[in-house]
Design a protein around this ligand. Structure first.
Ligand SMILES: [Zn+2]
Length: 79
């Protein structure tokens, strides 16, 4: 777990081993606690922010750099 400062000044934790591939860079799963139990959202690995939105289809789009995941790649990304 890597700690970062969230958009409201809170401490968040990134799991660098868990994420989704985006068009410009990876999105990593972010937790609100260091134990990885309280899932907070995603962190954009392209512009290093946690400012993004997830649509009802589960696609992530960064509000800063427009990095986004493509839903059809979710199950194809084996790394
Ligand atoms: Zn971004």
């Amino acid at each position: 777990m890597e700690s970062i400062t969230g958009p409201n000044g809170e401490t968040l934790f990134i799991d660098p081993t868990e994420g989704k591939r985006g068009a410009k860079g990876p999105f990593y799963v972010v937790y609100a606690d260091g134990g990885g139990e309280d899932r907070w959202g995603f962190y954009c690995g392209n512009c290093d922010t946690a400012n993004n939105a997830v649509d009802p289809m589960g696609r992530i789009q960064c509000n800063i750099c427009s990095n986004r995941t493509k839903a059809e790649e979710w199950d194809a990304a084996h790394e």
